[in-house]
Design a protein around this ligand. Structure first.
Ligand code: GDP
Ligand code: MN
Length: 360
């Protein structure tokens, strides 16, 4: 219970909620955030940025999901920040549980080993639950069923550029199914057998591999100027994946029979818990194999930050015009697109563009 000590009575700002929350954007779409109560501050900061740069003009709704009940504080502050309607949802047990039938001793052993090895989030069981949830469940949660398009937002993210068109409309009009901004290499330890299981799935279901897929992006092994910094190749997969903390997508893909079978296959293999398969590589492998590559879109015009990395549009006009205001570097990193850990050059190669930007 906070007490505001200033008297605003004589200020021109009233504090009354007179907001008209009726949606202006014309798409069947929502913003969605999976978040913990203790991340309220970060959630509000991320919302501030998304609302200012984009959503204020469109008033798309927000769906908040959590494995626990949201606190009244959380609901009040985030609804206060939203321009559109808000909805809060506690995810059901089956969406958050460990994979049924899993060998718990093996899971704890893996947690122990990952902790010793210092693998990022290796010590956290809830992180593994979260990855399984984002891989197989978010799109079938009750409040999302009425929507087709989603924009995934995480606490602590930031947009650097004015969003001057509706990205959901862009997705629909151009028949896009999946949109991302950054792509990078996964930590090899966390996906030790993922590629193997994915291959196993497509050996059994070869008809699910799209004839115009992006497997070229996932299997491309050309050495770039960072040759000596490339991670170990992982079987056939180069460990590239779309950074899924930002996603704008059409949930019809995730709700499709082929994606659900793909998820079930991986879930049964147990890797969400025996290893620490992330939802980013799982989404990316699914998108990479099963989607027409022309239906995957990199939003090159979106400036975006998720700790610790950021990226911004490369064209001068986006900056000269005031559309974007970007840092030069942040956390010791520069525009991630051209950093050694970025897989974007491989994506450009796959999309038929120059393999690497001249002089970069
Ligand atoms: P990172 O992006 O991989 O560093 O992981 P995050 O800690 O940002 O987690 C990814 C997303 O899942 C964020 O939106 C988090 O708020 C959310 N998240 C992670 N763990 C939990 C959890 O145990 N419960 C809930 N409700 N959300 C979680
Ligand atoms: Mn995050």
């Amino acid at each position: 219970n906070r007490k505001w000590i200033y008297d605003f009575t004589h200020q021109p700002w009233s504090g009354a909620d007179t907001k008209d929350r009726r949606q202006i954007g014309r798409e069947n779409a929502t913003l969605v955030m999976l978040v913990r109560n203790r991340e309220l501050k970060e959630a509000v900061l991320a919302m501030r940025s998304i609302e200012d740069r984009f959503n204020k003009k469109y008033k798309y709704p927000w769906v908040f999901m959590n494995d626990r009940e949201f606190t009244e504080d959380f609901k009040e502050y985030t609804t206060g920040m939203a321009s559109g309607h808000t909805e809060y949802y506690k995810v059901p047990k089956e969406a958050w549980q460990m994979t049924p039938g899993i060998d718990r001793d093996l899971v704890f052993e893996s947690v122990e080993n990952f902790t010793k090895e210092g693998v990022i989030y290796g010590d956290s069981l809830s992180y593994r639950r979260m990855c399984r949830f984002n891989s197989g469940y978010f799109f079938r949660m009750a409040p999302l069923l009425k929507y087709k398009y989603y924009w995934r937002v995480e606490p602590d993210v930031e947009l650097y550029c004015d969003q001057q068109y509706d990205p959901f409309t862009f997705m629909r009009e151009n028949n896009k199914l999946y949109g991302f901004v950054m792509a990078m290499y996964e930590y090899p330890q966390t996906v030790a057998t993922l590629a193997e299981h994915v291959q196993g799935f497509f050996d059994v279901h070869p008809q699910y591999v799209h004839p115009n897929s992006s497997v070229g992006f996932l299997k491309d092994k050309r050495v770039n100027r960072f040759g000596d910094l490339m991670p170990e190749w992982h079987g056939e997969w180069n460990l590239c994946h779309f950074w899924s903390n930002f996603e704008i997508g059409n949930m019809d893909f995730f709700r499709s029979k082929k994606y659900l079978e793909f998820f079930e296959w991986l879930d049964r293999a147990g890797g969400f818990f025996y290893e620490r398969w992330g939802d980013a590589p799982v989404h990316s492998l699914a998108v990479g194999y099963m989607m027409d590559k022309t239906q995957v879109h990199q939003f090159a015009d979106i400036g975006y930050y998720h700790p610790p990395f950021f990226r911004c549009p490369a064209d001068e006009q986006s900056h000269k015009s005031g559309r974007c205001a970007c840092p030069e570097d942040l956390n010791g990193y520069k525009n991630f697109d051209y950093e050694p850990m970025s897989c974007l050059p491989r994506w450009w190669g796959n999309a038929g563009k120059a393999w690497m930007k001249d002089g970069v």
